[in-house]
Structures are given as C-alpha cells and as structure tokens.
Design a protein around this ligand. Structure first.
Ligand SMILES: Nc1ncnc2c1ncn2[C@@H]1O[C@H](COP(=O)(O)OP(=O)(O)OP(=O)(O)O)[C@@H](O)[C@H]1O
Length: 277
C-alpha cells in the first residue's frame, strides 16, 4: 500500500506557477509568445516592461482569465494543479483588484469589504453567512494591513491609498472559505498608481511585512522604486516574450533598463531600493 501514499503530491513543495511554452491570443493577435515561467512558493518578483508588452496578460494567464492556445508542450500548472475552480484559485492567488469590484462596495465598510474576500463577492449580500472564524481572521488582517482606522469607513469615502489597503486585505481574506489558511501569493498590477508619496511609502512597508512573513509577492510596476528590498528576482518582458529573468543586481542596471525601454535610463540605489530616471 505504501506506493499509494507516495503518489500523493506534497502541496508545500509544488511551485505556485509553472507556465511552459504558453502562447496567448487576444483579439486575434498573439500577445504572449512561447512564454515559460516558474514561480516557487515564497518567492518575490517584479515584472517590468514597456506598455503593451503583455505583463497584465501574463498575470491573467496565471489567474485563468486568459487561456493559452492548446499546443503540444504547452502547460499551465498552478499550485500543483492543471484544473481549478476559478473562484477558489483567485482566493489562493490573492489577486489585488485595482478598483472596487462593484458599485455596491461603495457603501460597504472597510471591515465588511475585507470579509467579502471570503466569498469573492462585491458586498456582504444577506444570503452570505459570515462565521466567527471569518470575523476573527478579518480582524487579524485589519491589523496586518494597518487598516484599523478604516474598519467602519465606507469604501466609497476612502482615498485611493486607503482603498488599496482594503483591497489587499480583501485579497488576503480569500485564502480559505472558512476563515483559516493563508493566501499563497499576492498579485499586484501597478498598485502604487494614484498614490501620493506617503501612501506609496506605507504600501511598500506593508508589502514588505507580508513578504517577510513568506507570502509570495508578484508585482507588475512601471515604478522601479516600488521594487521591495525583499524582491530579488526581476522578469523583463518585451513584445510578449520574457527577455531576461534574473537577480536585481544583474538586471536593475542602467544598461539593461535602457535596452528594455529603448531610452537612456539612469539608475540609483539607496537602502535596498532602486530608482530610475
Ligand atoms: N481586452 C483586450 N482585448 C484585446 N487585446 C487586448 C486586451 N487587453 C490587452 N490587449 C492587448 O494585449 C497586448 C498586451 O497587453 P497587456 O495589457 O497585457 O500589456 P501590459 O504590458 O500590461 O501593458 P501596460 O503596461 O500598458 O499596462 C497589447 O497589445 C494589448 O493591446
């Protein structure tokens, strides 16, 4: 009987994302070309590249919102599985919505908006049953994302930075329907857009704390200063292809970024952060 036991995959060692030879078409254009990428648990990485190079499409392929062409050798494996219930997958991967999921959320309080993450819903509809375990977990998340002052505030009355904080909390809540467990990876697509300098700083500090706790962070950004000191891996994309995948010291150089964006770009570095101009 022992051979039966050994065939059960140990979930903690499976990579979070394994894409192999992925081609994705949108509106009849191939926007990802033969793309392969593996992301291990607890790994933090930033994806850089010019507008339209396919960064968001890559993220949507990871969350099964975009599908690759069915071709020999193509494989999409997420958290060790090739087939997923999409709602469940989104919870495990903690996709941080850029905007509120619906008009209803405007009057939802910060605390309730975090609770909606357990249901992937836009608001706490009367038919949803919030358990004590969910409330307890949501309470913890409020502290983890530093949203104590936002608990009772309607989301529609929050600033962009405050909403972003709640949206990250909402993505974290989704780790399990019963209020237990932890999100495996947070996926953020340009999270610092529209944030003032203080809010950008606070967002980075919050993400650093989550990264240090072992939650994998995947960041798509145009702001080099968003790249956390904890992020050691940089993936560079151009025209639907990964053109470089390596360490920060190797890739965050003036030469590499100038090549990627086709302009003279200068880099500086301070306290573990990089900046470009
Ligand atoms: N909904 C869509 N329907 C059809 N084509 C799309 C759609 N969204 C994006 N595309 C196309 O797919 C390609 C890649 O777009 P994508 O949004 O993935 O790039 P990106 O690198 O995230 O860009 P940006 O930095 O501007 O956000 C582009 O050519 C774009 O025009």
């Amino acid at each position: 009987m022992s051979h039966v036991v050994t065939t059960i995959a140990e979930p903690s060692v499976e990579p979070i994302v394994e894409l192999e030879h992925v081609n994705v078409v949108r509106s009849e254009n191939v926007v990802l070309h033969d793309l392969s990428l593996r992301i291990d648990r607890g790994e933090h990485l930033a994806i850089l590249g010019p507008n339209g190079c396919g960064k968001s499409t890559l993220l949507k392929t990871m969350t099964c919102e975009c599908y690759p062409l069915v071709q020999p050798g193509t494989r999409v494996r997420l958290l060790g599985r090739e087939r997923w219930d999409l709602t469940q997958l989104k919870r495990m991967l903690g996709v941080v919505s850029a905007e509120l999921p619906g008009r209803q959320t405007l009057t939802t309080t910060g605390f309730d908006a975090i609770l909606t993450g357990f249901f992937s819903s836009s608001t706490l509809w009367p038919n949803l049953t919030v358990t004590d375990a969910m409330r307890q977990r949501a309470d913890e998340i409020v502290h983890e994302v530093g949203a104590e002052a936002l608990r009772a505030k309607p989301v529609g009355e929050m600033s962009a930075g405050q909403q972003r904080r709640i949206m990250i909390g909402r993505a974290m809540a989704g780790a399990s329907a019963d209020g237990h467990g932890e999100v495996q990876m947070l996926l953020l697509d340009e999270p610092s857009n529209a944030l003032d300098l203080a809010a950008q700083h606070d967002l980075r500090e919050m993400l650093r704390r989550l990264a240090q706790r072992g939650i994998a962070i995947l960041l798509i950004t145009h702001h080099i200063a968003d790249i956390l000191p904890e992020m050691n891996r940089i993936v560079m994309m151009r025209e639907g292809r990964v053109i470089a995948d390596g360490s920060k010291t190797e890739l965050l150089t003036s030469a590499k970024l100038s090549e990627l964006f086709g302009r003279d770009i200068h880099m500086s570095q301070r306290d573990g952060y990089f900046n470009a101009w």
